[in-house]
Design a protein around this ligand. Structure first.
Ligand SMILES: Cc1cc2nc3c(=O)[nH]c(=O)nc-3n(C[C@H](O)[C@H](O)[C@H](O)COP(=O)(O)O)c2cc1C
Length: 251
């Protein structure tokens, strides 16, 4: 049985999670942690394999995801970890996720970093993952399945990790388009949007994860403002070169 734990506010990590899980051709369950605590009963039995996937935020694993992933008891079962990033860099995030799996007590057999459209700057890596990305993700899982225990010191990244840094950019509301349906407030992983007045966002709580943009049926939320308009073209220029998946498995 395959148990896939994922955190995916804007949905791209989920695409990889589905493709990697299907690559096993085995019974499986997806455990989506985007809304916090795991809702699905999850009994890990010897012989099962766990997949853990998370997006990269400022070169790290989002704190909300790492807190939840640290609660899993791996008791010696095999695990594969993967991070998904927006074509800038994954810095220390893959090493951090590998460390989490190891600290949980899993035997790590693979670690991979994959690329997706940048949720804050969607012109970067636009349309990814594409067919080639998904094919590589499947190949990674198949190789990891056949491999032995991975030496964590071979994974790219540094200790101590990069300091976690929240972005100062937050999605804005177009008050003409917003019908106050409240979907964004219900779906926000950080509980940053007021249920009574969905046009109000608590900037202190907002983790800029783009969930509200992704789920809004009226396209009433997006990044904007002077700071964003200044940064976006520079960021696009800096991150326009296509990056390819990288993975670490024991030879
Ligand atoms: C707050 C925040 C910080 C991010 N930091 C990085 C980063 O350091 N490097 C990078 O390449 N992409 C970065 N991204 C882009 C995401 O990693 C990318 O869009 C990912 O696909 C999001 O996953 P999701 O669609 O599952 O939510 C960041 C996105 C957010 C929201």
């Amino acid at each position: 049985m395959i148990h896939t734990f994922l955190f995916s506010p804007s949905g791209t990590t989920r695409k990889y999670a589905v493709a990697m899980t299907e690559a096993f051709n085995d019974d499986s369950q997806l455990i989506d942690l985007t809304h916090g605590a795991c809702e699905i009963e999850c009994d890990l039995v010897d012989g099962d394999t766990v997949l853990m996937l998370a997006p990269v935020y400022a070169g790290r694993i989002p704190e909300m995801a790492s807190k939840l992933l640290r609660q899993i008891d791996g008791h010696g079962m095999k695990a594969i970890v993967a991070v998904v990033y927006g074509n800038r860099d994954y810095d220390d995030a893959l090493l951090e996720l590998a460390d989490i799996a190891t600290a949980d007590g899993f035997e790590l057999i693979g670690a991979g970093a994959f690329i997706a459209q940048h949720c804050i700057f969607p012109k970067v890596a636009s349309g990814r993952p594409d067919n080639s990305d998904i094919a590589k993700a499947v190949e990674f899982v198949k190789r990891a399945q056949k491999a032995g225990q991975l030496d964590i010191s071979t994974i790219k990244g540094n200790h101590p990790y990069k300091k976690a840094a929240p972005t100062p950019l937050h999605p804005k509301v177009d008050r003409h388009k917003c019908r106050e349906c409240g979907i964004c407030a219900r779906e926000c992983p950080a509980g940053a949007i007021s249920v009574e007045n969905p046009q109000e966002t608590d900037a202190e709580k907002c983790i800029s994860c783009c969930r509200c943009i992704t789920v809004c049926p009226d396209k009433a939320r997006r990044f904007g403002g002077m700071k964003y308009r200044m940064i976006a073209p520079l960021f696009k220029k800096m991150c326009s070169k296509r990056r390819e998946p990288e993975w670490f498995v024991a030879e």
